[in-house]
Design a protein around this ligand. Structure first.
Ligand SMILES: [Zn+2]
Length: 348
């Protein structure tokens, strides 16, 4: 088992290992367990047996749970179960369910203790660390939320064995991204045949990928500086998700977006890291994209939260582990988009 510390005003630990769900202990007497409807039933049963929650609340699968309507129902169930101020909410499942559960914990009785049990690779590497919780609005994703750090995060690697192979490879995008922006030793390890459920290097690679985000979050709790680097590859990724109406999954979009960011990095004078991003795409095998034009995608990139009045800002790399934030001229964006399309078409 590995343990990673996340610092800040309210420090907590992230534990990574096998069989964690059956060994849970929390000091709070009364707990509410929240999990999505499509979770393999043995996970909820294992947690129920080890934690004895006061109430178990099932929510819709994936992003369908991240709505104000579902949140309202969850809050009513917490109240009906008389979860007290010194009780706790435990979120079990993928990133969407744990985002919702965290926001329920942040808002119920002005905030109760929260524990996260992510069961997907994406949830473990990305969503579970950082304290961001929230729901979507019809107007956009994550428009309502709060910073509400958990008391603890438990990443039980046994849960990854139930993921379809494509979902596991999709989620690896964030781990690979942490390799590019901070820990190049991860690049080879993520693409290794041993990085798979039950594989020999899964626990250590996963823990080191989580440690990158934990370090960034510890140093930059309010997202003023270094935390922006975690958005490497995400400007195009968010645009691809939006322009396709979220037909593209987040991890696939990040895989595509990292290659675009590597092309931009090279065009702006940085080292050529495209062999790395192409190797990842070849390994990840993201689902193919529909035909897209630069003019269709550009307005969505300009709407990304890293855009300001003077243009679209990108996280780029001078070299491995050397990220920086810069504005990129539109002609460079357009030129790299053409190269990206050619490469992505070939990768399909
Ligand atoms: Zn992401």
């Amino acid at each position: 088992m590995r343990r990673i510390e996340v610092g800040g005003a309210q420090p907590y630990g992230v534990e990574v290992g096998e069989g964690l769900l059956s060994r849970l202990q929390v000091p709070q007497g009364q707990t509410a367990l929240i999990h999505p409807a499509d979770l393999p039933p043995q996970f909820a049963e294992t947690v129920q047996a080890s934690l004895c929650p006061t109430v178990t609340i099932e929510v819709p699968a994936r992003d369908d749970c991240k709505t104000l309507e579902v949140l309202s129902g969850v809050l009513s169930k917490l109240a009906a179960a008389n979860i007290p101020r010194d009780g706790a909410v435990v979120g079990l499942g993928g990133g969407a369910a744990t985002d919702l559960a965290g926001f329920a914990a942040a808002s119920y009785l002005r905030g109760v203790a929260f524990y996260t049990l992510p069961t997907t690779l994406l949830g473990m590497v990305d969503a579970a660390v950082g304290g961001k919780t929230g729901v979507n609005l019809p107007e956009g994703k994550n428009l309502v939320g709060a910073f509400h750090p958990p008391q603890a995060v438990w990443c039980d690697t046994d849960t990854l064995a139930t993921l379809p192979d494509a979902v596991f490879r999709e989620g690896a995008a964030e781990a690979y991204k942490h390799g590019l922006i901070s820990d190049p030793s991860l690049l080879e390890r993520v693409l290794s045949p041993q990085f798979r459920p039950g594989g020999a290097n899964l626990e250590d690679t996963l823990a080191d990928a989580i440690a990158v985000k934990a370090g960034v979050v510890t140093r930059d709790l309010t997202e003023q500086g270094e935390r922006a680097y975690l958005n490497f590859g995400h400007t195009l990724a968010h645009a691809l998700e939006a322009v396709t109406g979220h037909a593209v999954t987040h991890g696939d979009a990040v895989g595509y977006g990292m290659h675009y960011a590597a092309l931009l990095s090279r065009a702006m004078g940085g080292a050529d890291l495209t062999p790395h991003t192409l190797a990842f795409l070849k390994w990840q095998q993201p689902r193919p994209l529909p035909p897209l034009t630069f003019d269709a995608v550009m307005p969505y990139m300009a709407r990304d939260k890293k855009a300001d009045s003077q243009g679209v800002r990108f996280v780029l790399l001078c070299d491995l582990a050397q990220p920086y934030l810069t504005r990129v001229p539109e002609d460079v964006l357009r030129g790299a988009f053409g190269e990206w399309q050619t490469a992505v078409g070939d990768a399909d």
